[in-house]
Ligand binder design. Structure first.
Ligand code: ARG
Length: 584
């Protein structure tokens, strides 16, 4: 059962009263949200109905509006004919109460709707960095988008399986094992182990340029690893462990966990039969040199499923992964959050699966892609180490800048934070800024990194939203409500000014933004909703006193609104994977 929030109920009531006039067929009822310049909450376009009634549209709109009768407890307040539409207005008092009842009956769960995804499983694969490498900013995007998507889909009642598809297999591990056999680990292994691995790999690569025999050595080591050689496996396991420890620290900072971390190696036992099946079904063919290739005619470029020396590839493992997830979970969608440079790769993988006789699996597999991270005159960013920018450095830099900002506010006496709270708050603000900067810009285009902008108190930033949330909490603390008032404890019907109603309408839209974000796999819609709530709140707060409201009843009602806004902002941020501090 899908949940009915205030706007759902208002819509249903509007359909009912229009149908009850007997002038409009219930199945011809489409209600739209009017354009921003039209002062109405819902609109019914009249032309089609007028046409089938053989009536003049303006007359017909008037007849329909006149024929409407509203029940006493309706969320609707007025129905009137307008140009081409019947316009419908909510009843401000009852609408206010309905929205705040919705918020306060659910609190942290406000906006959720377990009925949407009930009994459907989704696999969401994201992050998927490579072992013996550092995570770079490209992994930041998949990690942040994937995690928010997970939160959104869980809030919609789906059973979500998150998987981290680690790059932990492939010939590069042959190089690392060979390098280890030749030279042992460098001393840096004690202090910065992943950096040490990156360096020994680079050293091996350079040495192999000069001495091609090293390439054979690397191949031999990968063969040993593939065939289960104990020494090779032990060293490889060590590499995985070392790197995962570093990744886990980053995931902890971002507050991210995975249900499974099946690296590419997990699929190793399935590869032989996948290659076999592809050949048997005529999807792949054995070349003269023994390599196995998949061709698609004109449709897509061909690729290799197996090298001539029998080694499998990244592609092979992805074909196996796609089939495995289907057999294991039968997901309604198998989602890959991966950068757009891999678009062709996923087209090839899904098309292979389709041609192997599994069109349903291919149809349910989705590549959510995103553009690259670019630097807008961001001075130190791209230069520091060639073009690689590491994720931890970005997070550290953001936290350092947040710390400085807080320090400045302290010096000006403009913060409520204690010394002890400063550090945790800097972490929350810095990391929140990075996550938000990534999510609000939407995935298609690349995102821009502008340090000053993304850590600004003004504009579309996490900090602006977090600050608005902290302000709501601060107002409630000053009001000294304990326990805090609930919707039942105050008279929501007093909240009828345009600014109050605008806040309420924005609050009411969260469930709808959430459903749309889930349908389109688009966390940016939640960022947009949250930001707009903060803005509506600012407009309200600018116009209307809360603590000094004209009457105690009005003060109490506005405090209820403030509490609801704080809750809404917290819920929006939580869906994005961002924390909201109590005070700032
Ligand atoms: N490990 C790859 C990289 O860092 C991304 C893996 C994406 N997922 C997949 N199923 N191929 O570029």
């Amino acid at each position: 059962m899908k949940r009915k929030y205030a706007l759902d109920r208002a819509r249903a009531q509007a359909s009912d009263v229009l149908a009850a006039t007997g002038l409009v067929a219930a199945d011809a009822m489409t209600l739209v949200e009017p354009k921003p310049n039209i002062p109405a909450d819902l609109a019914f376009p009249i032309f089609a109905a007028a046409k089938s009634a053989g009536a003049n549209p303006a007359d017909f709109a008037r007849r329909v509006a006149d024929a409407v009768t509203l029940p006493a407890d309706s969320l609707l307040g007025a129905v009137e004919a307008a140009d081409g539409f019947v316009n419908i207005h909510f009843a401000p008092e009852r609408f206010a109460r309905a929205v705040l009842d919705d918020v306060f009956s659910a609190d942290d769960a406000y906006g959720r709707d377990a009925g949407i995804g009930a009994e459907q499983t989704l696999v969401v694969e994201f992050s998927s960095p490579n072992i013996a490498r550092k995570m770079h900013v490209g992994h930041l995007r998949t990690t942040v988008i994937g995690n928010s998507l997970r939160n959104i889909l869980v809030a919609l009642g789906y059973r979500v399986i998150t998987d981290n598809h680690l790059g932990d297999w492939g010939t590069q591990f042959g190089s690392l094992l060979a390098a280890h056999a030749l030279w042992g680990w460098p001393p840096q292994m004690e202090t910065d182990p992943v950096e040490a691995l990156v360096q020994i790999y680079a050293r091996f690569h350079a040495a192999a340029e000069a001495d091609p025999a090293l390439r054979d050595l690397a191949r031999q080591w990968f063969k040993r690893l593939e065939s289960g050689d104990e020494a090779a496996r032990a060293t490889w396991k060590q590499l995985v462990k070392i790197t995962l420890e570093e990744f886990d620290r980053t995931y902890q900072r971002l507050n991210i966990t995975f249900d499974t971390t099946h690296g590419e190696s997990f699929y190793e036992p399935m590869l032989e039969s996948v290659v076999r099946e592809a050949i048997d079904k005529g999807v792949a063919r054995v070349e003269a040199d023994g390599a196995v290739s998949v061709g698609f005619g004109e449709a897509l470029p061909s690729y290799l499923l197996q090298k001539s020396d029998g080694a499998t590839l990244y592609q092979t493992r992805d074909v196996a992964t796609c089939l495995y997830r289907w057999h294991e979970y039968a997901p309604a969608r198998n989602i890959y959050v991966v950068g757009q440079e891999q678009t062709l790769h996923f087209q090839q993988v899904f098309e292979t699966v389709r041609r192997m006789g599994y069109p349903e699996i291919a149809d349910r597999s989705v590549h959510i892609s995103f553009g690259a991270v670019t630097d807008v005159g961001g001075q130190r960013f791209s230069m520091r180490r060639g073009t690689a920018i590491f994720l931890d450095e970005v997070l550290d830099e953001a936290v350092a800048r947040a710390r400085q900002t807080i320090g400045e506010k302290m010096a000006e006496g403009k913060t409520e934070l204690s010394e002890a709270e400063q550090e945790t708050t800097a972490e929350i603000i810095g990391i929140g800024a990075i996550i938000y900067n990534d999510l609000y810009q939407g995935p298609e285009r690349g995102i821009r990194f502008d340090w000053d902008k993304l850590l600004s108190f003004e504009g579309n930033t996490a900090l602006y939203i977090q600050y608005t949330h902290a302000r709501c909490r601060s107002i409630l603390r000053k009001a000294d409500l304990s326990p805090l008032g609930r919707a039942g404890d105050f008279n929501a019907a007093l909240l009828t000014t345009p600014e109050e109603q605008a806040v309420l309408k924005q609050l009411a839209r969260l469930p709808h933004a959430l459903r749309e974000a889930g349908e389109k796999f688009l966390p940016a819609l939640i960022a947009e909703w949250t930001y707009n709530l903060a803005r509506e709140f600012a407009r309200f707060y600018h116009e209307h006193p809360v603590l000094d409201a004209a009457t105690p009843e009005l003060r109490q009602a506005r405090l209820g609104l403030v509490q609801a806004v704080g809750q809404g902002l917290r819920n929006g941020l939580a869906l994005l994977g961002i924390r909201a501090p109590e005070r700032m």
